[in-house]
Design a protein around this ligand. Structure first.
Ligand code: HEC
Length: 287
């Protein structure tokens, strides 16, 4: 009969006795190894480079940060004439950029006058010298799906609701601390507690202040979607520009959601699907 091999058992008392000593030695070795290798860096870290905006002798203009070459495009870039990024009809785009060419779709294709084109691309979209209002697009540049509306709702809540309120009646939180009260997107009061804006909107509740400057009485629920697009892109008065934060496609989705808000406040219940009408009736007319 052979004796059982005790060295192979997992006797806890044996393990705890051996471990601490081994671990301590390993740690010590590790520390020595680390301190002995200070120069072990990859060569990539030592490559020559310029810091942002640093002076550079190599380039004639002395700038290390290089401007993009003319004609460089990034992936997914839209044509600068595309209503998706202008919010203007193609004809108006031509007019706004002072092209001295007849406004018709053919001319869009033959824009080979390099000098005019160069001037146009850098020109400000909002040119005070031009008599307004501009001919903004009335239609969304792409079909709006339910997913787009959900995305629009989310983006609206992130970027606009702080000032314009979740219902779009201009009753966000920001103006309570002294900011200008934004234009309401509704021509009637959505909540009885709404602040009085008759002084800053003498033209009436929910009327566009921008159109008013052009002498036009324009309720926000009738203002063309292209106008909203321009306000988001360029800002208007006390309203900051959201050009940098919100990509063009999302701006359109936000506008689509604003349309939803506008319809929701003036909805005709008889146009709702039958089962929803039933639900509404059972809730005493309250959604
Ligand atoms: C920091 C606050 C603030 C935020 C955020 C903000 N707005 Fe405004 N917005 C304003 C103010 C203030 C005005 C009124 C400007 C004026 O009368 O000078 C305004 C006006 C507008 C107008 C109407 C211009 C007119 O003709 O009366 C539109 C459209 C608009 N905002 C859309 C939006 C959208 C869409 C967003 C979100 C992407 C947004 N705003 C985010 C403050 C804000």
């Amino acid at each position: 009969m052979t004796r059982p091999d005790h060295t192979r058992t997992s006797d806890p008392t044996m393990d705890t006795a051996a471990h601490p000593v081994r671990v301590r030695w390993l740690l010590l070795l590790g520390v020595i190894a680390l301190s002995a290798t200070p120069g072990c860096r990859q060569r990539m870290a030592d490559q020559p480079y310029y810091r942002a905006l640093e002076y550079a002798e190599f380039f004639a203009d002395g700038r290390a940060s290089r401007p993009l070459e003319r004609g460089v495009i990034h992936r997914g870039q839209h044509l600068e004439t595309d209503p998706l990024v202008t919010g203007l009809t193609p004809e108006e785009w031509l007019r706004a950029y002072e092209y001295q060419v007849p406004a018709n779709p053919e001319t869009m294709v033959v824009l080979d006058d390099a000098e005019k084109r160069k001037r146009a691309i850098g020109a400000p979209r909002f040119d005070q010298r031009l008599p307004g209002p501009k001919a903004y697009v009335e239609e969304f540049p792409f079909p709006i799906t339910q997913d787009d509306l959900h995305r629009g709702q989310q983006r609206y809540t992130i970027f606009c609701a702080v000032c314009h309120g979740t219902l779009g009646n201009g009753q966000g939180k920001i103006w309570e601390r002294g900011y200008l009260i934004p234009t309401s997107f509704h021509t009637t009061k959505v909540s009885p507690k709404e602040a009085d804006v008759s002084k800053i909107n003498p033209q009436g509740l929910g009327k566009s202040r921008g159109y008013w400057m052009w002498g036009i009485d324009m309720p926000m629920d009738q203002a063309p979607v292209g106008y909203y697009f321009e306000v988001i892109t360029k800002g208007y008065g006390g309203m900051p520009s959201y050009n940098a934060q919100i990509p063009p496609d999302d701006r359109w989705r936000i506008i689509a959601y604003i349309r939803v808000l506008q319809m929701s406040q003036n909805a005709d219940p008889t146009k709702l699907p039958a089962e929803i009408q039933k639900l509404l009736a059972s809730a005493g007319g309250q959604p």
